[in-house]
Design a protein around this ligand. Structure first.
Ligand SMILES: Cc1cc2nc3c(=O)[nH]c(=O)nc-3n(C[C@H](O)[C@H](O)[C@H](O)COP(=O)(O)OP(=O)(O)OC[C@H]3O[C@@H](n4cnc5c(N)ncnc54)[C@H](O)[C@@H]3O)c2cc1C
Ligand code: SF4
Ligand code: SF4
Length: 418
């Protein structure tokens, strides 16, 4: 077996892909890590804090960034996607296409190009809740810690101004998309998940009603590097949101939308309730649930949040969210399952606890992987394409770490023809 066949390609640079990459590299394999965003860390890097210990995402991610930086066996491509894979276990030919960043490794993240830029583009990191300049650092913890020039200004005088403002010769406006080919022995597929498009659940009002947002957006709203600097403000008028309703199973466990339980969104809302309660002593949280899923070690976390008398857990099925013109907030209505009667509550903000959908639900990469009815990659059988993390099933960070460590080991075996 040639050296190139001992290489492993890891697709997806979230916590699962990074873990698979460092575990495989530290066990001696050469690793190529391919991430489509301009930064590694995936959705975990966009969390405000993560359960069970409510640590900031930097704890956990930074150690992996360091392990990647220090390991010469790992090659990272950001802004990159796999274009084609052919071959068989032990020997795959892979083509990776890498989009131009227009910024090279000389970048010190000094920010001068950002000062020179004028055009504003939607901020993907904040799910479009605000904008950034077209010369931007994706977020303060971004790895690599390098700016990006948005293609929107390429070919304009503004882009030239940004390049002139750079004292480090770090902007290269002539960068083009590149194709890079590799021969690898196995592939770890760790492309993660997307939030369910809850605008499809019309009665919940997302996309129509200003003060209705998803749980992933709320995570950004609560974050110090989010659109409001961590202040929980309602989008319609910037007023502090003091009463907040969480609507569980927003599109989940519903035959018309996502028939399965994502297992995480109950814990996410319990966690987000703590953000609200920490910020304002006079805040009130309503969590409308069908069942609370907080299994095993997370039971204590649930009990602790439930003890706060300003956190009201109500077994109820929300059937309608509408604007409340009088308060400027939203009216949440539905059935009170445990006590009977109706729920009718006006709040400043409603947060929809959305389910997790694998990227492979919409675009199947055309590889030797099997999928369940919902598009999750179930197993790879004897194939050399090994799925890892949330592309396999909804899971929290701790489970993703375990799963991707196992995937790294499996991939190493595959490179050896086992
Ligand atoms: C609201 C909410 C809150 C949560 N809070 C917590 C928490 O507090 N604690 C906790 O333990 N878990 C939490 N989770 C779960 C956590 O987000 C996941 O466990 C974690 O994101 C899984 O990581 P991953 O690497 O498998 O997937 P992802 O984080 O989705 O990473 C996948 C990566 O692959 C990249 N990618 C996708 N497609 C391609 C492609 N074709 N080519 C190249 N790259 C690609 C993506 O850009 C991304 O960087 C929460 C989930 C939700 C919904
Ligand atoms: S590209 Fe140049 S100007 Fe922009 S942040 Fe990097 S070093 Fe500074
Ligand atoms: S984890 Fe909770 S909110 Fe999410 S689908 Fe399951 S029961 Fe519904």
């Amino acid at each position: 077996m040639g050296d190139e066949e001992r290489k492993i390609l890891v697709v997806g640079g979230g916590i699962s892909g990074m873990t698979a990459a460092v575990e495989a590299a530290e066990a001696g394999a050469e690793v190529v890590l391919v991430e489509k965003n301009p930064y590694l860390g995936g959705r975990v890097s966009l969390l405000n804090q993560y359960f069970p210990k409510l640590c900031p995402p930097s704890c956990g991610l930074e150690i992996n960034f360091r392990r990647i930086k220090q390991n010469a066996k790992i090659t990272v491509h950001t802004l990159a996607e796999v274009e084609s894979v052919s071959g068989a276990p032990g020997s795959y030919q892979v083509t990776v296409s890498v989009k131009p960043r227009y910024v090279n490794d000389n970048c010190t993240a000094c920010g001068k190009c950002e000062e020179a830029a004028e055009t504003q583009v939607s901020n993907a990191v904040n799910y479009g809740m605000n904008t950034v300049k077209a010369a931007y650092l994706p977020h303060p913890m971004a790895f690599p810690f390098k700016y990006v020039i948005d293609p929107a200004i390429i070919g304009t005088d503004e882009a030239k101004k940004c390049a002139e403002a750079c004292q480090y010769n770090a902007i290269d406006l002539d960068m083009k998309e590149e194709k890079v080919t590799y021969n690898v022995g196995a592939v770890v597929w760790a492309t993660g998940w997307d939030p369910y498009d809850v605008s499809k659940v019309d009665y919940l009002g997302f996309g129509r009603i200003h003060n209705v947002m998803t749980s992933v957006m709320f995570e950004r709203l609560a974050s110090v590097n989010g659109p409001t600097g961590g202040k929980i403000l309602r989008p319609s008028d910037g007023k502090e949101a003091k009463t907040i309703a969480f609507v569980q199973c927003a599109g989940s466990r519903d035959e018309n939308h996502l028939p399965y339980c994502s297992g995480i969104c109950c814990l996410a809302s319990l966690k987000q309730a703590t953000y609200i309660r920490e910020r304002a002593a006079d805040s009130t949280v309503f969590i409308y649930y069908i069942d609370v899923r907080a299994m095993g070690k997370y039971e204590d976390f649930y009990t602790k949040v439930d003890q706060d008398e300003n956190v009201n857990l109500i077994k109820g099925k929300i059937a309608r969210i509408s604007e409340d013109p009088e308060s400027g907030g939203v009216l949440v209505e539905g059935e009170n399952i445990s006590q009977g009667g109706m729920v009718k509550q006006v709040v400043d903000l409603a947060v929809l606890a959305v389910g997790m959908v694998p990227g492979t639900a919409t675009v199947k990469p055309g590889l030797e992987m099997e999928y369940d009815d919902f598009g999750f990659a179930t197993s790879s059988g004897s194939s050399g394409i090994v799925p890892a993390g949330c592309v396999k099933a909804p899971m929290e960070v701790a489970a993703s770490l375990q799963d991707s460590t196992a995937a790294a080991l499996k991939a190493i075996h595959r490179t050896m023809g086992r």
